[in-house]
Design a protein around this ligand. Structure first.
Ligand code: FES
Length: 272
């Protein structure tokens, strides 16, 4: 296997880590997404050799790996700079200033969408909703939130990143490089997950109002099946699955019956 990847930066250590990821899952191929992140952390993008390595380890075809890598936008076929700056231009962020931020950054950095600055520092991309609409307009740096941005603050942000200044996410840790972030996404923590605030004020407004008013969630969302309430979430999930399983069994039995009747009908036709 090593000879196959001769000349690549995917050395034996990385190949061992790719196997380690695959080994975390009951079905090894479930590890493909984090494996692709690990490839990106080493090679700066999804390379043909990275695709081959994943396919080889998982026992699937390169076409299957490539199909996944080209489907999800977090996998890059072109090299990404030290910092991936994603400007949300989805509806809410766009009208709140996301479009203006994106235009300003394109001018300021002299790059187009999905392009990297000449110094290799910043890759600019417009991204879809990051589920942070309460902080619109949002910019992501290596998938960390930079909330409530303006064209001016976003310009300062990319300047700071290019100059190597320490930048902290609004709701998260200090910003690391894109490759370092990719390694975390591959499942190798950098122990920064608890750094910085986990939630911003806008997200907590509902909780504060509920506390003020003494509102509480219903006692339990757990289903009461068969006259007994589940004691644990796992038990509740099992109970919730039971009627579905019964229903699916009924459908399967019904399908089988229909097929049998069809087959019988044909036989009868054939015998007529
Ligand atoms: S529209 Fe930008 S985070 Fe939702």
């Amino acid at each position: 296997m090593t000879e196959l990847h001769e000349g690549t930066t995917l050395d034996d250590t990385t190949l061992a880590e790719l196997r380690e990821i695959a080994g975390r899952y009951p079905q090894a191929r479930s590890g493909l997404l984090p494996m692709l992140h690990l490839v990106q952390s080493i090679e700066g993008r999804i390379t043909p050799r990275g695709i081959e390595a994943c396919a080889d380890i998982l026992g699937i075809s390169a076409a299957e790996v490539s199909g996944v890598a080209t489907f999800y936008t977090m996998y890059k076929r072109r090299p990404v700079g030290d910092y991936h700056v994603g400007v949300c231009t989805n509806t809410l962020c766009a009208v709140m200033g996301g479009d203006a931020i994106f235009e300003r950054l394109k001018d300021h950095l002299d790059v187009g969408n999905d392009e990297t600055t000449d110094d290799g520092k910043i890759t600019l991309e417009h991204v879809e909703c990051n589920a942070a609409c309460d902080f619109a307009p949002v910019v992501m740096v290596n998938w960390e939130f930079m909330d409530n941005q303006t064209p001016e603050s976003a310009t300062q942000l990319v300047d700071d990143l290019r100059e190597g200044k320490e930048v902290r996410s609004t709701r998260g840790p200090r910003i690391c490089t894109w490759r370092e972030a990719e390694r975390v996404l591959a499942g190798f923590p950098d122990d920064l997950a608890d750094e910085g605030p986990a939630a911003g004020p806008a997200s907590l407004v509902g909780l504060e109002i509920a506390r003020e008013k003494g509102w509480k969630a219903p006692a339990s969302g757990r289903k009461q099946v068969g006259g007994r309430k589940a004691d644990t979430p796992v038990e509740a999930a099992k109970q919730a699955d039971s009627p579905r399983a019964e229903s699916e069994t009924r459908v399967a039995e019904s399908d089988a019956k229909t097929v049998g009747e069809d087959a019988g009908g044909k036989n009868e036709e054939g015998g007529a």
